[in-house]
Design a protein. Sequence first.
Lengths: 397, 123
Amino acid sequence: MSDLASAAVEQVYREHRTRMLAALVRALGDFELAEDALQEACSQALRKWPRSRVPDDPFAWLLAVARNHAFDRLRHAKMARTKLPAPPEPVTMSEKQLADLGDERLSLIFTCCHPALAEDARVALTLQAVAGFTAAQIARTFLVAEPALAQRLVRAKRKIRDAGITFEVPADHLLPERLQGVLAVIYLIFTRGYTTADASLRLEALRLGKLVAALMPDEPEAHGLVALMLLHNSRSAARLSADGDVVLFEDQDRTLWNADEISEGVALLARALRFGSPGPYVLHAAIAALHVQDPVDWHRVAALYTELLSVAPTPVVELNHAVAVAMADGPAAGLELIDGISGLDSYHLLHSARADLLRRLDRRDEAVAAYRVAHDLATSPADRRFLAGRLRSLEVP
Amino acid sequence: MHYMFLIYNCGDRPKPGDPGFDELLTRVNAFADECRRRGAFVSGHPLKPVTTATTVRVREGKAMLTDGPFAETHEHLGGYYLLDCRDLDEALELAEMCPQAQYGSTVEVRPVERIPGLNHGLE
């Protein structure tokens, strides 16, 4: 019986943790209080369910117990300060209102990704509150000391409570920009999983993206992001060799690509494109979809990068555009574009792309010099090994 | 919820008679009108330059006056608004509209603390 009860608690928690937390933050207006209350409700369930029976609606039971616990704590906090006048009432809800609350997960996501929070705090808070990571897991993922990470989370939660960051989906006129902010946090989590070859982090980013897309079915950019992540993820097994070395796109073993993820990504992309006037994530996904075709239509890729430059111009997009032009129209055309880019002098990929084009133009000395710069700027061991290999192959006559 | 907009580094703002002053004045007035239209305006004023500041400390019952601002920094408080906003989103939206934010100044948005029993007539 006790095993049955703890299995039941665990199942409700695993399936509904985010929803319960979202409802409690909405009801209590305070992240920390909501988290503590949910923990308390779970431990009460572990104690009480073995002796009675598992309630018919464990979700509602946990929410009601958590809410009551939080109210008790607020009452005690008030009584402890009897000498002082009563503090203002927090935003609270009756048990009935709480039970009637819809899905507040979207509000939770938008709150965690609020632009008034520092970017690293947005990422950490989203991983903790929405994805259910522990502070220790997040600290390991981002190579930060756990106390510093925990402190960052507490600070963010208190700012949300104290600065008047409302727990809701933003108003229509703010929505497009704020949604881009949410998607950027999810994509940051994904790229972190990509650079550290952490597959579970990438899957978590995919889960988060799919959740936003499911909750906002009319936002093509949300579908675009999921398509983009699926298409990138589909190639992850082919991206590194067994020794952990970088395998260039043209040398990748296509049989290692994940066909299911590719078809899922392409289908989502088609759905997102039907909305018209594609945004940055949809365009990135369209480019990624062209990359998994054989042969790659580099003229189409270059044209999509031009379109991307008109909606979201960044030096990195300029660089990718230049590389696509080099593939379509030859290395000289690409090199001319690369040499016109400013603001990427310390980005190793600019120098390695430049070096590759110089190599293909038989300008060996310049290629060697550019590979050296790239090698010195690169930080990941796999990138450094790859660039050192390129240098050796050029320096040996 | 009340928010204080602390406007830093107003040293270069045009003064009466300078070119651009009339335009700035029009824009600042339009901003205050927008705040009033939303029911957000509580108060707001520019401050005279830090050269006019006197700093006061009372130690052991004795007032110590210092000529000058509290901190010798390049960032000086040049003015403020006190606004009643629905939430931080509205406050940040107004801060973006604030003409001073576009004139080389920086606007720091700080929520006003509510302390039980403190009666300053804002609640």
